[in-house]
Structures are given as structure tokens and as C-alpha cells.
Design a protein around this ligand. Structure first.
Ligand code: PRF
Length: 376
């Protein structure tokens, strides 16, 4: 993997860059649609490419390990071959899903023992086997096995957990560096900064993570319920320490405003279920603000979902029609809303990139943050 910086904003810490992987290039800042189980819910690969213009998608080790399982993924020749997405893929390690989804779990130095959320069977994730699993899934970028602490989290727990995450990282690196890719193309391992909402822990963690000298770095443990200002404070502390010549990935963030504010602090990559999950509940992110398409006020609005955004579904279908589909419980509602929201998220980061290159990012961002979070 290669990263090159294309431009730096003069008014903020925002950057524009290019990440090159074995499955093609990604222009940063970028948003990665979440495809937990090897599918971005309700969206065809062709729509992801042609309409949404996604450049990289995310998969989850935890879900893919449970279903379809490693045997089938290996038979297929990896996840790219299995789902037909021939562009870059990043897999999260399970370090978050185990803590958010799994039932009873026991965290030990060796790893985490927990029960499957599907059939209750006993599972055991260790830094080593999570590296092996991600080798088999075959993502271009794979993530270290970490613990994402909840918010709030007491200092002692956060410190002990962070230190264990660092020890787990050493084991991830040892395993990853002593194994080969399974399908003939390179993979790269990103470590994850933790440290909850404590500045001194974030500094320690960022310094430790940077010292591993990997090709990219991630920031975890944020957007777990803390106030947005606290998240920005932590992101800034961490971005100022992580090397400038490597991409920085903020995991599981966020709203359009969160994304723009974190770009301004030096983050390059994002993922979040928000655009797709909220789409399935009738919440649309548009260039004019937030639309709850279930509201009566849209019943007679025959204008396009988002004329300014452009793109196929957002200009072809009207708000009134989409509202009708939602109220009728039609499958197409979730499909249209998901494609729309993702098109919007990809448009947003592309606009950010263009403004960074033009040197107008911060002024544009300040206007957009207010506009995009207005409820229409
Ligand atoms: N760790 C991992 N995945 C994540 C997170 C984390 O801390 C988060 C936190 N927002 C989202 N996804 N491995």
C-alpha cells in the first residue's frame, strides 16, 4: 500500500491524498460504506460503483467468520471474488463487534471468549487467529484486534485496556508479518489507537501506535456516546501525533458534521452505519439538510429527493413517492434511501477534497456543518 499527500489546507489540518492498494486507488478524504456481512445492505455492487461512486467498502471479520465461514470464503478465492466487488476492501477485526454484539464475553490476556449472537456457540478470538481470519477473507486493509472501551469508562479500566490493546497489537504484527497473503496480492495491517476520553492515555496510545511504523493508522474508541466536542478534542490530540505521511482512519464516524469536523483535524478515512441504517428508518441526508421522509409534509412534495446532489435515485424518484414506499413497507424504500444516503456521503467527502485542494475547505466546512444538520 502507498499513500501520497496531494494537498494540505492552509486554514485547517485537512489533507487530500491518494491511497494505492492492490485493488486500485482511493482518493482521500474518503467514506467507506459498511458491508458488514459482505454486502452493503440493500445495495447492488453495480450501484455502489456507478451511482454511489464508492471507492472502498468495509467488511466485518466477526460476521464473515460466522457466516458464510472461512471454508466458503477460501473456496471462492476471498471476499472480492465471493461478492464481486473488485475494488479495495477493509475488514474490521471484530474488536468492536465482539464487545457490542456478542452475548456473555470474557476478556483475558490471551484473547476474548464469547458466544455467537447467531446460535450461541462458544467462540474464541485471539490477536493471532483474527490475523489468520483476515488473511483468509483477503481484504486489502486489515485491522488489529483491539478493545473498544465504552463511554463513560473509568480511568483505570481505560488504561489497563489500552495497554492490553498495545500488547495485542504486538502479537497481531508478529503474526501478520510472519504469514503470507493467500491470494497473491498485498495486504496491509492498520493498528488502532485507544485510550477512551483521557488525553494522557490518547497521547500514550498514539505514540505507541506510531512507533510500530505501519502503513496507516486508525483511531478507535470514539463516537461511543461521548459529546462531539470531546471526540474532536481526542481526534486532534491523536492526529497531531500520528505520522503525517500515513493515512489516518477514524473508526465508526459519523454524521456529516462529524466527518467534516474530523477532516479539519487531519482524518483521512471514515466508515459508519449511519447512512445505511438511518436510510432503512426513513432518515435522509441531503444537500439541504436532514429529511424524515415519514413526515406528512412530504406526502405531496413531488420534487426530486435531492436535485442538487444529482445521481440516479436522488433525481429520478420524488419525495412523495419515497414516502409512499416507506409507509407501504415496500423493499424498494430501503434500497432508494440507502443508495441516496451513500451517494450523499460520497459526494460530501469528494466536495471536501476539492475544497482542500482549492484552499477553501474551512470556510466551506463552517457553512456546510450548519446547513447539513438542519432538520427540514
Ligand atoms: N475498534 C474497532 N472497530 C471499531 C471501533 C473500535 O474502537 C469503533 C469505535 N467507534 C468503531 N469500529 N476495531
Amino acid at each position: 500500500m502507498q499513500f501520497s499527500l496531494v494537498a494540505k489546507d492552509i486554514q485547517s489540518k485537512a489533507r487530500a491524498g491518494v491511497v494505492e492498494t492492490a485493488h486500485g486507488a482511493i482518493e482521500t478524504p474518503i467514506f467507506m460504506p459498511v458491508g458488514t456481512a459482505g454486502t452493503v445492505k440493500a445495495v447492488h455492487q453495480r450501484e455502489l460503483k456507478d451511482d454511489i461512486k464508492a471507492e472502498i467498502i468495509l467488511g466485518n471479520t466477526y460476521h464473515l467468520y460466522l457466516r458464510p465461514g472461512l471454508k466458503i470464503l477460501e473456496q471462492a478465492g476471498g471476499l472480492h471474488k465471493f461478492n464481486g466487488w473488485d475494488r479495495p476492501i477493509l475488514t474490521d477485526s471484530g474488536g468492536y463487534q465482539v464487545f457490542s454484539l456478542a452475548g456473555t464475553r470474557k476478556i483475558k490476556e490471551e484473547g476474548v471468549k464469547f458466544k455467537s449472537h447467531i446460535d450461541g456457540s462458544a467462540l474464541d478470538f485471539t490477536p493471532e487467529n483474527v490475523m489468520d481470519t483476515q488473511r483468509t477473507i483477503g481484504a486489502d486493509i486489515i485491522m488489529a484486534f483491539d478493545e473498544c472501551t465504552p463511554y463513560p469508562c473509568d480511568y483505570t479500566y481505560a488504561k489497563n485496556s489500552m495497554e492490553r490493546t498495545h500488547r495485542w497489537l504486538q502479537r497481531c504484527v508478529d503474526r501478520f508479518d510472519s504469514t503470507e497473503p493467500k491470494y497473491g496480492y498485498d495486504q496491509t495491517l492498520f493498528p488502532i489507537v485507544q485510550g477512551s476520553t483521557y488525553k494522557d492515555l490518547r497521547v500514550q496510545s498514539a505514540e505507541t501506535i506510531a512507533s510500530f511504523g505501519r502503513e496507516g493508522n486508525a483511531i478507535g474508541g470514539l463516537s461511543v456516546g461521548e459529546p462531539a466536542e470531546m471526540m474532536y478534542e481526542m481526534t486532534e490530540v491523536v492526529c497531531d501525533i500520528l505520522p503525517a505521511d500515513k493515512p489516518r482512519y477514524l473508526m465508526g464516524v459519523g454524521t456529516p458534521a462529524n466527518i467534516l469536523e474530523n477532516i479539519a483535524l487531519g482524518v483521512d478515512m471514515f466508515d459508519c452505519v449511519l447512512p445505511t441504517r438511518n436510510a432503512r428508518n426513513g432518515m435522509l441526508f441531503t444537500t439541504q439538510g436532514i429529511v424524515n421522509i415519514r413526515n406528512l409534509k412530504w406526502a405531496t412534495d413531488h420534487s426530486p429527493i435531492d436535485a442538487e446532489l444529482g445521481g440516479y435515485v436522488s433525481t429520478f424518484y420524488s419525495k412523495a413517492y419515497l414516502r409512499h414506499l416507506v409507509h407501504s413497507g415496500e423493499y424498494l424504500a430501503g434500497q432508494i434511501a440507502s443508495v441516496h444516503n451513500l451517494t450523499f456521503y460520497l459526494w460530501l467527502v469528494k466536495q471536501a477534497r476539492q475544497h482542500i485542494i482549492a484552499g477553501t475547505f474551512r470556510d466551506w466546512k463552517d457553512v456546510m456543518v450548519k446547513k447539513l444538520m438542519t432538520r427540514l
